[in-house]
Write a protein that binds this ligand. Structure first.
Ligand code: IMP
Ligand code: MG
Length: 188
């Protein structure tokens, strides 16, 4: 088993977003989101984190919010290759509370094709929340298969596979405090 430092050296190309850049952007996003709801006199929202990728972003974001926030989680997994075109996702764990009449904010780690978030929005909208907004830490606009953008987005990035700050490669690297680019040789 290679050492942790050696694994990083082998798999990772470089840092795309530093911890300081992330902290500062997440603070600004929390301010923007709080203001957005305050301006509509909405004092209470339900935040739904999409597991597992969004857990770190969500934890940082909600701690800066100036609103009453309740927190729930949903866990999804994409179906195999065939189903990714349809965008169907399998719900591994549903939210714990009903959403009708609530102001819901979905928190994602990254929007790639857009299919996961599109499916989730349709599914959650059917539960008749008072409002439904989306927030993603990252977005790769060049990869979209459908037209969809988050209402609140942290950073738009190029088409590179990234890890850290909740995002994984084969379950690894979620706990890195920065966003790193994976070497193409690692996932090809
Ligand atoms: P979409 O349905 O294609 O938008 O897929 C979004 C999901 O794909 C994200 O929630 C991630 O789990 C995963 N994903 C897409 N790009 C990356 C990446 O660069 N690093 C890690 N996970 C990614
Ligand atoms: Mg994900």
């Amino acid at each position: 088993m290679p050492s942790w430092a050696a694994q990083i050296e082998t798999d990772i190309d470089g840092v795309l977003l530093t911890e300081a850049e992330i902290i500062s952007r997440v603070k600004a996003m929390a301010r923007e989101i709080s203001l957005f709801y305050q301006q509509q006199d909405i004092g209470s929202i339900t935040v739904i984190g999409v597991l597992r990728g969004a857990f770190i972003f969500l934890a940082d974001l909600v701690r800066q919010m100036e609103l009453e926030v309740t927190i729930d989680f949903i866990a999804v997994s994409s179906y195999g290759q065939a189903a990714t075109t349809s965008g169907a996702v399998r719900i591994l764990k549903d939210v714990a509370e009903p959403l009708d009449g609530k102001h819901v904010l979905i928190i994602e780690d990254i929007i790639d094709s857009g299919l996961t978030l599109n499916y989730l929005c349709a599914m959650l909208r059917a539960r008749q929340p008072a409002s439904l907004k989306t927030c993603s830490f990252l977005s790769k606009p060049s990869r979209r298969q459908i037209e969809l953008n988050a209402d609140f987005c942290g950073f738009e990035i190029e088409d590179k596979f990234v890890v850290g700050y909740g995002l994984d490669f084969a379950g690894k690297y979620r706990h890195l405090p920065y966003i790193a680019v994976l070497k193409p040789a690692t996932y090809q």
